[in-house]
Each structure stands twice: as C-alpha cells, then as structure tokens.
Design a binder for this molecule. Structure first.
Ligand SMILES: NC(=O)c1ccc[n+]([C@@H]2O[C@H](COP(=O)([O-])OP(=O)(O)OC[C@H]3O[C@@H](n4cnc5c(N)ncnc54)[C@H](O)[C@@H]3O)[C@@H](O)[C@H]2O)c1
Length: 249
C-alpha cells in the first residue's frame, strides 16, 4: 500500500495579519487544515482568539497593531518563543476610510497608509529575520485591483499600488536568503470590509466581473497558501490578480 504523503504545509509555521476576519481568517483556516501552525495576528484580539479556536490546536492568537513597530517587536518575540521561527508571513491586515479626494482628511489618508503600506513594510522588516525555512520561506502581501484607481479611494489605491513596489523590492533584497515575496491582488471579495458598499455599487462591480460573482474569502486563501508553499518555489516579485476576470481595468 502506498504511504500517505504529508501535505506541503504540514508542520510549517506562518503568521497571518488581520487573521481575525475575512481573507485573513480564511487563510488561517486553510493553512491550519493542511497541518500548519499559524499565528493569528490581529488588532481585534477577541477575533484573533475566536479564529484561533476555530482553527484548532495548531493556531496561536497574537495581539498586533501592524502600524506600530513596538507591537511587531513584541509579536516577533512571541512567535520566536512559541513557534521557534517562521516559514512564511502574510501581510493581510486592512482598513478602508473611503471619501472623495476633495473631502478626505489627513487622518483618513494617514490611517490607511499606515495600516496597509507601513504595516506591510514593518512586517517584512521585523519578521524577515525570523523566516528561516529550509527552502527559504515566503512572504505574501495583499494588494488589490483597487491599486489601479477607484473613486473615493485615493488613500487605499495609493497604499495598494505602494504594496506592489514594496513587494518587488523585498523580493530583490531577500532573494539571496532564498526568501520569496509576492503580492496577491484580489478583486471584490465577500468579507466584512465591503459590508457597507451600497447595492448599486456592488451591481456595477458585478457587471465588470467575468465570473459574475464576488470571490469567497477561501478562493483568495487558496492562492495565498500556494504562494507560501514550496510548490511556488520559482515565483517571486510577482503580483497575482485574483479577480474573477475583472474587465474594467
Ligand atoms: N474584501 C475585498 O474585496 C478585498 C479586495 C482586495 C483586497 N483586499 C485586501 O485584503 C485584505 C483583507 O481584507 P478583508 O476583506 O478580509 O478585510 P476584513 O475587514 O474582513 O478584515 C481585516 C482584518 O484586519 C484587522 N486589522 C485592521 N487594522 C489592523 C491593524 N492595525 N493591525 C492588525 N490587524 C488589523 C481587522 O481587525 C480585521 O480582522 C486587506 O488588505 C484588503 O485591503 C480585500
């Protein structure tokens, strides 16, 4: 009888920011179901605990504000202590503060740039030394099809376009250590982040999506999990669009 093969993620160690909701939660559950140990890092500690519980014994809730360096340093110490290092990092945490450019405040601009762009930069900088997988390991950053420009999202579009430049540069800087870095750029995903979007706007989105529906969070998580795995060993510095075929770009 053929011996059962262990899953590529078995016993690997990951940290997912924004793991308490939406795409982050789906990523945690996907990786944990495949045998990985996952740090569920979120500013919403109740949500992190809840998702870690759902994921089972392989998950560890971690309090983290991605825009805060001290918070990253403390998360890194927890990860080193509890997991002994990382095989991969997912910079996924996100917020929106949508408003037309004319009305947007400095605060709304700053909050979004801080979480998405500075947060991902800090994550790469502070956590990269802990990524010590035998195959080098991998980082996945969340960009968005919104990086091409969407009404009311000067802050978000700029941050998500910035994530592309960050990703490609981190890939170049960490290549000699064998660490790969890629971005996943979803289109519209059915998560709490888009919960307040009016039906009329959702319909406009649907009109441009070839598959005619929003993504389920797990459909993004599958791509993130692939990029984290050794099966993606020759993919780095790329942006993978997962949009159901958005045609308005
Ligand atoms: N939902 C979409 O349509 C969509 C499309 C493209 C890209 N994205 C990106 O995917 C990522 C996940 O989005 P989602 O839809 O799952 O959102 P979500 O709102 O469901 O979850 C975001 C999570 O991030 C956490 N978070 C917010 N600020 C944080 C901080 N400072 N530190 C740590 N955690 C923080 C929240 O508590 C929450 O658990 C985001 O980067 C988002 O921009 C989402």
């Amino acid at each position: 009888m053929k011996a059962e093969q262990a899953h590529v993620h078995a016993d690997r160690r990951y940290l997912v920011t924004g793991g308490g909701s939406g795409i982050g939660r789906a990523t945690v559950l996907t990786l944990a179901a495949r045998g990985a140990r996952v740090a569920v890092a979120d500013i919403d500690t109740d949500a992190a605990h809840q998702v870690a519980k759902e994921a089972g014994t392989n998950a560890l809730p971690v309090a983290l504000d991605v825009g805060d360096r001290a918070s990253w340093t403390s998360a890194a110490a927890t990860v080193e202590d509890q997991l002994g290092g990382l095989d991969g990092l997912v910079n996924n945490a996100g917020i929106t503060r949508d408003r037309s450019m004319a009305r947007m405040s400095d605060e709304e601009w700053g909050q979004v740039l801080d979480v998405h762009l500075r947060g991902a930069w800090l994550g790469c900088q502070v956590m990269a030394p802990l990524v010590t997988a035998a195959d080098g390991g991998a980082i996945v950053n969340l960009s968005s099809s919104g990086r091409y420009g969407t009404f009311g999202q000067t802050n978000y579009s700029a941050a998500k376009a910035g994530v592309v430049g960050l990703t490609r540069t981190v890939a170049v800087e960490l290549a000699s250590r064998g660490v790969r870095c890629n971005a996943v750029a979803p289109g519209a995903v059915d998560t709490p982040m888009i919960g307040t979007v009016p039906d009329s706007v959702r319909q406009k989105w649907l009109d441009t999506i070839t598959l005619g529906r929003l993504a389920a969070p797990g459909e993004i998580a599958n791509v993130i999990a692939f990029l984290l795995s050794p099966e993606a060993s020759y993919i780095t510095a790329q942006v993978i669009d997962v949009t159901g075929g958005e045609l308005h770009l």
